[in-house]
Design a protein around this ligand. Sequence first.
Ligand code: PLP
Length: 386
Amino acid sequence: MKEKGLPKTLVLQQLKSKLKEDFTYDSGKILGSMCTKPHAFAKQIYMKCLEKNLGDPGLFPATAELEREAIQLLGSLLSNPSACGHFVSGGTEANIMALWAARNLSEQNRNEVIAPVSAHYSFDKAANLLGLKLVKVKLDEQFQVDIAAVKDAVTSKTLALVGVAGSTDLGIVDSITELSEIALTQNLYLHVDAAFGGFVLPFFKELGYPSFDFDFKLPGVCSITVDPHKMGLAPIPAGGILFRDEAIMKSVSVEVPYLAGGNTEQSTIVGTRSGASAVAVWALLMHLGREGYKAVVKRCMNLTSKLAEGIEKMDKVSLVTKPVMNIVGIKSKVIDIRIIAQKLREKGWAVSVFPKHIRIAVMPHIKPAHVKSFLKDLKKIVNENK
Ligand SMILES: Cc1ncc(COP(=O)(O)O)c(C=O)c1O
């Protein structure tokens, strides 16, 4: 650090030039992220609440109450208005919290968690941190977790099952109904990772898309990850962990006696955490309501169909599978997809690359013109490839 500070104008000038390197959502070039440009209203609220700290709820009881209300609003979206939980740094932390609770509630001799191979790598981190063994099971032809393989994997050491409602690579929804039945009969904890799908799937029935049971309506579901900073349009950081009831959340609570706001029970991994996130999520849920979010999902799904139709018309590339939600997988039998991704990157497109496919997440910041321009570039790239 320099001894003497610089005038703000100079710092701003430097920042402007340094930040030029970053991609922006407005450019429409970010096609591979599950995050998006935050809603303007949420941004405005977030800026007003920067000093709120939910790590010391006694100092910010009103903020803590808004978090409770927002969690209940999300709970009602996921068929359980009496759900409890917190807004955390992201889906990773939410998934860690779920397995933390599952482990604390289980018998001591159990240490295995069964998850599909499609589960997000945050479960590997969680297992590593918590001293658990992650048992990964294969997928079926539809890319859903193979239920027979899950049943086979259950042993006397199993403590939890993980199901995914909107997989990271393809947006696939596992059969949570069947996982719930297994969890109930075998007395196992069931966590559903709906980090992405939680703000998409609740609207499918009304929008006329094939719908899925994946939430607290299913009696075996103990917790759900649902991230406002993905399809919820909230500013980062806003992951969400919802527990079916207080008793589950209590399993990860500790007493914190020294805080300025007074004694509190804390059931998050971190201490100090953003109150601005929680208030922004509350405000956005109130402002957009079901109708607003449904409209966002409708737009993204329409655009997903356009993108998928464009891919289907091309030679040399094809869809991995018909998109279930606003996530599209593109594969090729003749060209290495890493080469395609590299060429796309040279043209400014930021896509995600998985071992066998390119993933596009059709997020709210993507407009029809972006899809059109992407398809044009992709066609050119694959046709130029010998
Ligand atoms: C299904 C799923 N769960 C969890 C996560 C982790 O979320 P975060 O990056 O917010 O920690 C992701 C990230 O893409 C995801 O796709």
